[in-house]
Design a protein around this ligand. Structure first.
Ligand code: UDX
Ligand code: UDX
Length: 467
């Protein structure tokens, strides 16, 4: 069916989503797959990204995503750069553009840069002639809906638009599962008859596959804030267990045993207690800093400091790992070949935003190490861009598999928990490496006892130093 015929066909609801990224793309694909009578058009300024969504090689790697997109694309799911037409035609407009941390001026390094959100609000104000439901999907600071409403009402068109907050809780790598059966869907809106009607309309979309009791509705500000708080609490758990990992090493405690012991307390629970080289991803750091900035702006610096420390501890965990590598390798990595296994911020994604691997690799380059980097899903141009080096930088070799990276290496650094790193042929690896052969497992994925029996020296995060 061509795009035009489908435009004319009767659909119960027409949705447009601005921003075809890691959040907008998978979320809209799931809505389209689950609601054949809803027309979903995902638009983006970036032509290359749209072309990729229309091809067999999607721009986002997520297990199971190909099938979901294929089931709906061309039927009721469309990807295009026709932003204004799609906005005009839609009943519900999702805004899923990026909201990076500001790098300049007031709030630099903490506040969210809302220029894309503002540009989108201005564009909507200028092109639409009917009232719309505008849904904030991007994570934004509390009160952003007010900004959007102010811009919309300044158009002088006297259209009674509704702004809803519907934050995304999907995690990359499990996006399809998270979207298929979410713990909850959160929808915030104005507590007026028009606001409640808009909420109900969006509820009706999700209710086609999500049980009603899992769809929570709140006022706008609770929904906006809850998203930041959810990520802050999750990140706080990781920083807490990582803080304890540093205490486990000299005391002889084992962080995995400690995590199991506290995780079986049903009040604490087992999730997000995996000690690591540090958390990454596009959300945790950004959202906590956002919360820190908000607390500052509302005159509560004590609360700002409290949350800021979660991020500081994460930075410390990364530098602690680097310091350990250097100290162990006889206080110098200069000229040594270090095999870096994994560059994505976690397994099952090609996303490297805020990946701990970036700052760790940069710090090791500063120490004049030579890096042989392998990640199953991250391409070389992305790695060079993240490390801010030229593509032909002689200090870096991008490898096509783990064995290539490990050949002639002094040490193996596991920075992402890809499953394939668990069962390499470690005898072969050992024979191909310099001796003593070191393993620095930043994700606790390898079987340390087995590797020690092969002859490796193994450091694992949060494990007794003498084991
Ligand atoms: C982004 C935010 O970072 C996150 O906080 C939010 O929850 C959802 O949106 P993500 O989807 O991962 O997350 O971002 P990204 O992959 O960068 O996608 C944003 C897309 O919006 C890009 O493709 C960009 O080209 C597009 N965009 C941006 C527009 O189409 N118009 C704009 O004005 C700005
Ligand atoms: C997160 C939230 O989980 C999601 O709800 C929100 O919408 C966006 O931000 P995401 O960034 O995709 O999702 O990944 P997540 O699985 O939360 O992992 C974030 C980072 O924490 C990764 O670097 C991961 O490796 C690390 N992590 C996670 C740990 O180090 N230990 C853990 O126990 C869990």
């Amino acid at each position: 069916m061509s795009q035009e015929t489908s435009q004319n066909q009767e659909f119960a609801i027409k949705i447009c989503c601005i921003g075809a990224g890691y959040v907008g793309g998978p979320t809209m694909a799931m809505i389209a797959a689950k609601c054949p009578d809803v027309r979903v058009e995902v638009v983006d300024l970036n032509q290359a990204r749209i072309d990729a969504w229309n091809s067999d090689n999607l721009p986002v790697y997520e297990p199971g995503l190909d099938e979901v997109v294929k089931s709906a694309r061309g039927r009721n799911l469309f990807f295009s750069t026709g932003v204004e037409d799609a906005v005009r035609a839609a009943d519900i407009i999702f805004v899923s553009v990026n909201t990076p941390t500001k790098t300049f001026g007031v709030g630099a390094g903490r506040a969210a840069d809302l220029r894309f959100i503002e540009a989108v609000a201005r564009m909507i104000a200028s092109v639409v002639e009917e009232p719309k439901i505008i849904v904030e999907k991007s994570t934004i600071p509390v009160k952003t809906a007010e900004t959007i409403l102010t811009i919309l009402s300044a158009s002088g068109k006297k259209l009674n638009h509704q702004v809803l907050s519907n934050p995304e809780f999907l995690a990359e790598g499990t996006a399809v599962e998270d979207l298929k059966s979410p713990d909850r869907i959160l929808i915030g809106g104005e507590q007026t008859p028009e606001g409640l009607a808009a909420i109900e309309k969006l509820v009706s979309v999700y209710a086609r596959w999500v049980p009603r009791e899992r769809i929570l509705t709140t006022n706008l500000w609770s929904s906006e804030l809850a998203k930041l708080v959810a990520n802050a609490f999750l990140a706080q758990r990781i920083s807490s267990i990582n803080a304890i990992s540093a205490l486990c090493e000299p005391t002889g405690a084992d962080v995995e045993e400690v995590a199991r012991a506290i995780g079986t307390d049903s009040r604490i629970g087992p999730k997000f207690l995996k000690s690591s080289v540090g958390f990454g991803g596009s959300c945790f750091q950004k959202d906590i800093l956002n919360l820190v900035y908000l607390c500052g702006a509302f005159g509560i610096p004590e609360v700002a400091d409290y949350w800021e420390h979660v991020v500081r501890l994460n930075d410390w965990q990364k530098s602690r790992y680097v310091a350990r590598v250097i100290k162990t390798l006889f206080n110098t990595v200069s000229g040594k070949r270090l095999a870096v296994l994994g560059f994505a911020f976690k397994k099952d994604t090609n996303d490297t935003r805020e990946s701990p691997a970036i700052s760790i690799c940069k710090a090791l380059l500063d120490e004049q190490a030579r890096l042989a980097i392998y990640d199953p899903k991250v391409g070389s141009s992305q790695i060079f861009a993240d490390l801010e080096v030229e593509a032909n930088d002689p200090r870096i070799e991008i490898c096509s598999d783990a064995n290539q990276a490990l050949k002639g290496a002094h040490a193996m650094l596991v920075l992402t928990e890809w499953d394939e790193f668990r069962d390499l042929d470690f005898v072969k690896v050992y024979n191909a490496m310099h001796k003593p052969a070191w393993v620095f497992d930043g994700r606790n994925v390898v079987d340390a006892a087995k590797l020690r029996s092969v002859g490796f020296y193994v450091y694992s995060i949060g494990k007794p130093e003498y084991s």
